[in-house]
Write a protein of this length. Structure first.
Length: 151
């Protein structure tokens, strides 16, 4: 019973947060790229994060915490209670994927380690929201490389 109460509180926070931000429209690129993973190894299990922790870590998903955005969502810099610096990606709902499928996919992706992939550290699923946790320093290096490459 206590778990449902906590989840209800987090859904209320989510609804108030959504009401305070303007809706964003995203443009989706229709080009398809070949999918290829050469030699991937499997790592540890993912952290299941609480929405309230992510709100606190990103200062309520404030504009000051926003470090990037794109067709699949926005990325926010966050500092967790343990002091670790991470990036939180708020995904745009693109498919009718069910909860079970999303969670199974996250568990699989969290175990994959490859030099061309930023490792997934954790995720949060609350209501319609889907959030991913990745290593912030790696995201920063990628953004710097892309900025340099674009010239």
């Amino acid at each position: 019973m206590r778990v449902r109460h906590k989840e209800a509180e987090e859904v209320k926070m989510l609804n108030s947060l959504q009401a305070s931000h303007a809706a964003t429209t995203w443009k989706i690129d229709k080009e398809k790229e070949p999918l290829s993973i050469n030699v991937a190894t499997f790592q540890r299990q993912l952290r299941k994060l609480k929405f309230s922790q992510l709100i606190e870590a990103t200062n309520g998903f404030s504009a000051a915490s926003l470090i990037g955005s794109g067709g699949f969502g926005e990325v926010f810099k966050a500092t967790l209670k343990d002091g670790s610096s991470v990036a939180i990606k708020k995904l745009v709902r693109l498919s009718c994927q069910g909860d079970r499928e999303f969670m199974a996919e996250m568990e699989t992706l969290g175990k994959i380690k490859h030099r061309n992939l930023v490792p997934l550290l954790g995720y949060c699923k609350i209501g319609e929201e889907r959030l991913l946790q990745v290593n912030a320093p790696q995201i920063k290096r990628i953004l710097e490389t892309l900025t340099w490459w674009a010239g």
